[in-house]
Design a protein around this ligand. Structure first.
Ligand SMILES: [Zn+2]
Length: 255
């Protein structure tokens, strides 16, 4: 083979490889509603529809106080397909201590649940949850967001709302886009398949691919609109004339 024909063969191989990788990496996110635009961080914050419904301090998955400084945002889906398993229903389950976990806390907990109508906060962002990787960095340093997937709900709207919430939290805690990760990102060495296929509908063949990249694009689109505008202090507007803290449960300190 001459040098010229060798390089032609090489080019053909590269072209074939590129072609096949394009074929296998097609985003599944074709069903999202059109992205919205926001003038201010306040408007973006209002749009997530935040309801705070904290697990009472000292009970259930908050029986132990475990402080956290958030550095990552972890995205999950509930895989709870039961009728009516929306964000409020998950909040009730967390408050009742119904979600037991085989971990050092004894419960599963996370910070936010998102559905197609609202966002519910269960844990202050200054406390660690149990949603990712036992005592690994996913639980030690990340805010956990669960997306509902019960029967009849609008998945596209839920995904879009979770993207707005992630952008809000990036803004609030100076978290870079690279630190917005799927549950898949955090290995659980206790299991034979350490990387969980979660959130399953944002993974391609069980791992992050074109669909996850597309989701991050949506998050970044929202973050980009507000990133240069700062809010005063750790007080977050939830609707016009109303503010809340995400890092405290807004209750008087215990004796
Ligand atoms: Zn998960």
């Amino acid at each position: 083979m001459t040098r010229q024909s060798r390089s032609l063969v090489l080019l053909a191989i590269i072209a074939a490889a590129l072609g096949s990788s394009c074929q296998t990496s097609k985003s599944k996110l074709t069903y999202l509603p059109p992205a919205k635009t926001f003038e201010t961080p306040e408007q973006l914050f209002y749009s997530v529809g935040l309801n705070q419904d904290f697990i009472p301090r000292g009970t259930a998955g908050r029986w132990k106080f475990r402080p956290m400084k958030p550095r990552y945002i972890t995205i999950h889906s509930t895989q709870n397909y039961s009728h009516g398993a929306d964000a409020m229903r998950h909040s009730l389950a967390l408050k009742r201590g119904a979600l037991k976990g085989n971990n050092s806390l004894g419960y599963l907990t996370w910070h936010f649940t998102v559905d197609d109508h609202r966002t519910v906060q269960h844990l202050p962002t200054s406390e660690r949850g149990e949603h990712a990787d036992f005592d690994g960095p996913g639980n030690l340093y990340s805010i956990g967001i669960e997306m509902c997937e019960h029967e009849g709900h609008n998945r596209g709207v839920t995904i879009d709302r979770s993207a707005r919430l992630a952008a809000t939290l990036m803004h609030a805690y100076d978290i870079p886009l690279a630190n917005v990760v799927p549950h898949y990102h955090w290995p659980r060495y206790q299991y034979s398949t350490p990387h969980k296929n979660c959130p399953h509908y944002l993974m391609d063949d069980g791992k992050p691919g074109a669909t996850w990249k597309d989701y991050l694009k949506r998050v970044d689109f929202y973050y980009d609109q507000v990133k240069h505008q700062r809010l005063a202090g750790p007080v977050f507007p939830t609707r016009p004339g109303n503010v809340a803290r995400l890092d405290r449960d807004n209750l008087p300190p215990q004796g």
